[in-house]
Design a protein around this ligand. Structure first.
Ligand code: NAX
Length: 328
């Protein structure tokens, strides 16, 4: 029998955690032949609720679920972890300044990075979901000097899926007809959903949907502000769709992306496309051999250049702010 893969999930008692854990335990994170052992990491106030979720996981009698352990200490929670989903974060409360938000999250992601460095498995792969995701990933990576920086990623797959859905609706095609869409930059309102390389049933998307006004005034802002629209409608932030994106990100990372096309993920920059090396920024990516590769050599026109640069400028500001705060 196969040794179970240890999957640590932080924020396990939260709403994304609730949408995520059952899918992991059912085999959707790593595939139908890989048993998983769940390690739920919460703050002390979240442990009781995590225990309740663990009871429900037990009650599903998932054949692939080899065990569940619950922790409120990061060092214990990440010990032996092969996959870590960093979902728990400090949300911005009313009147909170950005510096305070970064500081509070530095207090979470710094120690978690150190705990990953100290005790995670050699093949550890980290996906940061908790916001500000890119910069939280940068903080965690900077506290894990013995872990290759490429193992720290942040989630823009939800933005990618939102863009796929919006474009498919506009073109009147199924989402499966669309390839080569990209989310660039930060997982924030400055992100740039790029259709200039996208294809719809093999034709350039910009030919199928030749509507620059729609692109600028509808598509880009709708994708970038979708999270706020969900909160407005649902009275709570995206949870099942965020969990779905996290599942797809890790599944593709481990199992590889299909031969055609690409997806989007925030990965450490190697300097490609003018994004300063070391920043964790969203790129068009493929996965082979268990590692992400940035899709090379795409032509970037001046419209896209400006949008990418604006989002990357925000990432640089966030990096400089956490550097000034001594968080990296
Ligand atoms: P919830 O507030 O429902 O749950 C967060 C959970 O994290 C709570 O149970 C809390 O006790 C726990 N937690 C807090 N600090 C912790 C720590 N130091 N260690 C372990 N657990 C800790 O939030 P939820 O709706 O689940 O969202 C979680 C995060 O995902 C938020 O930061 C949110 O902004 C972010 N999102 C990111 C998205 C993305 O695309 N990257 C989209 C969805 C979501 O907005």
């Amino acid at each position: 029998s196969i040794t179970p893969v240890n999957v640590t999930v932080t924020g396990a008692a939260g709403q994304i955690g609730y949408a995520l854990l059952f899918r992991i335990a059912s085999g959707q994170l790593l595939g139908p032949n890989t048993p998983v052992r769940l390690r739920l990491l919460e703050i002390p106030q979240g442990v009781r609720a995590a225990e309740g979720t663990a009871m429900e996981l037990d009650d599903c009698a998932f054949p692939l679920l080899a065990g569940i352990d619950i922790f409120d200490d990061p060092t214990a929670g990440f010990a032996g972890a092969n996959v870590a989903l960093l979902v728990g974060a400090r949300p911005r409360s009313a009147g909170m300044e950005r510096g305070d938000l970064l500081q509070a999250n530095g207090g979470i992601f710094g120690p978690q990075g150190a705990a990953i460095n100290a005790g995670a498995a050699d093949d550890i792969r980290v996906l940061v979901v908790g916001n500000p995701a890119n910069t939280n990933a940068l903080i965690a990576a900077s506290h894990a000097p013995d872990v290759p920086a490429e193992r720290f990623t942040a989630m823009t797959r939800l933005d990618h899926n939102r863009a796929l859905s919006q474009l498919a609706t506009k073109a009147g095609v199924p989402v499966t007809a669309i390839e080569k869409l990209t989310i660039w930059g930060n997982h924030s309102a400055t992100q740039y959903p790029d259709i200039f390389h996208a294809e719809i049933s093999g034709r350039p998307a910009t030919e199928v949907v030749a509507d620059q006004a729609w692109l600028e005034n509808d598509f880009i802002p709708t994708v970038a502000k979708r999270g706020a629209a969900i909160i407005e409608a649902r009275g709570a932030s995206s949870a099942a769709s965020a969990a779905n994106a996290a599942i797809s990100h890790v599944f593709d990372w481990v199992n590889g992306t299909p031969a055609a096309g690409w997806t989007s993920a925030a990965v450490v920059s190697d300097g490609s496309y003018g994004v300063p090396a070391g920043l964790i920024s969203s790129f068009p990516v493929t996965s082979t051999g268990g590692a992400w590769q940035i899709v090379p050599g795409l032509e970037i026109d001046s419209f896209s250049r400006g949008r990418i640069d604006a989002s990357v400028a925000e990432l640089i500001e966030e990096r400089d702010a956490v550097t000034a705060l001594g968080l990296i």
